[in-house]
Write a protein that binds this ligand. Sequence first.
Ligand SMILES: C[S@@+](CC[C@H](N)C(=O)[O-])C[C@H]1O[C@@H](n2cnc3c(N)ncnc32)[C@H](O)[C@@H]1O
Length: 245
Amino acid sequence: MNQDLSWQEKSYAIVTTEDGSPSLHWNPGQGAVGELMHHRGGALSETEQIYGKVINQALSLGMTSFLSVGLGLGYNELVVAREISRKIKSRGNCDGAEGFRVLSYEADSFLVKKFIDFVRGRSDSHVHSQILQQLAPGEESAVLDVLRNLYLNENWKINGALNATTLPAEPYQVILYDAFSSKTNPELWSEDFLLGFLQKGAAPNAFFSTYACTGVLKRSLKSLGFEVQLREGFQGKRNSTLGIR
Ligand SMILES: C[S@@+](CC[C@H](N)C(=O)[O-])C[C@H]1O[C@@H](n2cnc3c(N)ncnc32)[C@H](O)[C@@H]1O
């Protein structure tokens, strides 16, 4: 499907999930456990269920700042841009994406470069084009315009790996926590880390959404004043977590 061999060179295999949308399987080799970035049942469907609904709800409440942990293939960033684009269109004015802020974290600079090149029109990455077409049919250029404008105006920033030394400098109203699982990425799911991250990164009124559901996560959210809602997991997976404060 994809002629771009750079994915393979970087230990990624492109996998078509059951709703037809692509995901990446990361396989570092040498006995290390790899991980598929999305549910096999549907990368796009999972994104819409776990993150898309919250993004839409937050925008309808007037929220304007988004923090995405784990850029990956950029599904969450594209959904944020799609929803901002629809909001701008419904307002019918010319303010564009001004006033919105997005911060993404991604440990793998290869994934960042691939996505930025695509957004800036510097490459025609097949996999990203396919995601955009499936996620926003007929709205592709409007969605890319939003992301490009945010990027060029420095209202969308991309940091490297999230860890205790790279916590966000400002708080955000919507947190999309899509890091690899605690098996692959134990630090990001530890109580100490989550508390420090939320204290710095979450605005007084905020949503925190993730596919995961762990006791440590629920405890951390509750101790910082979040109401914790357990949502049905995607396609029978265990519950996913939504924190609201
Ligand atoms: C489940 S995938 C994210 C999928 C992504 N949200 C998407 O829409 O395609 C997890 C991502 O987190 C990245 N990652 C791993 N450790 C990280 C860290 N400490 N900080 C930021 N990103 C990290 C991985 O490289 C991978 O791209």
